[in-house]
Design a protein around this ligand. Sequence first.
Ligand code: GLN
Length: 285
Amino acid sequence: MNLREALKAGEKTLAEAGIADAPTDARLLLWKAAGITLTEYALDPFREMGEEEVREYLELIGRRKKRIPLQHLTGEQEFMGLSFQVNRDVLIPRQDTELLVEEALKLLKPGMHVLDLCTGSGCIIISLERIGKERGLADETGSFTGSDISPGAVRTAMANAARHQARALFTESDLFEKLEGGYDMIISNPPYIRTAVIEELEEEVRCYDPLLALDGKEDGLHFYRRIIREAEGYLNPGGWLLFEIGYDQREAVTELMKQQGYRQIQVKKDLAGLDRVVIGRYDRM
Ligand code: GLN
């Protein structure tokens, strides 16, 4: 079997299994099994595959057919132009979340101490540090910290920081529990799905993203309530709080922030036109 024949067979199998983006998935799995890039494929699509390559490809296609997410098979997901290691301990980085990083970059200044709660793979704080440094918005006088309640997530985030040589530190902590104060920016994409809605999510998300990273408890707002209340003790005067939110959480989250004394509250929409990011400033005298 040559590369092209394998690809066609893989596409067909995935499409018949109802996988949404069968051609893309079949391609990325072929690159992995054959150890090639798109360019190498384009140069010689009729190269005969080795037995071992074919066997590995068919196995990957078979696993994807069973709804194991593509990213768990390739072991990575790109976010803000960087490739992050992913596994069952972390939520696969979503493109929607790039808006949160872009908004944080608008507020970032050299010397700031930044905290990312519920860091998961570390994609938010690591890309913020990397891109911040590139743009002259971050230097050694500031700091970048990520925390997560899951030991597996903290391990993964540390591996990702090493992969990108990011100057970011990670702590295993239930929100602020193990942290000390003094942050200029707190950023978070917490679990925000209502418990009852989780069973309606697609299989790739419901069965393979960690439940811990999705479940926002009964009304989906559990972690916003806790973070908005507890952040008071950890934000410097004039410090910023930035959240990713679900499409229908704008009012609830902005109201919680107002009640707690946050000002300059802004909501930003994602590329699909849905409310996605809420920003507020804690102006303590
Ligand atoms: N945006 C994710 C999803 O749609 C949920 C992430 C979260 O709860 N923070 O599955």
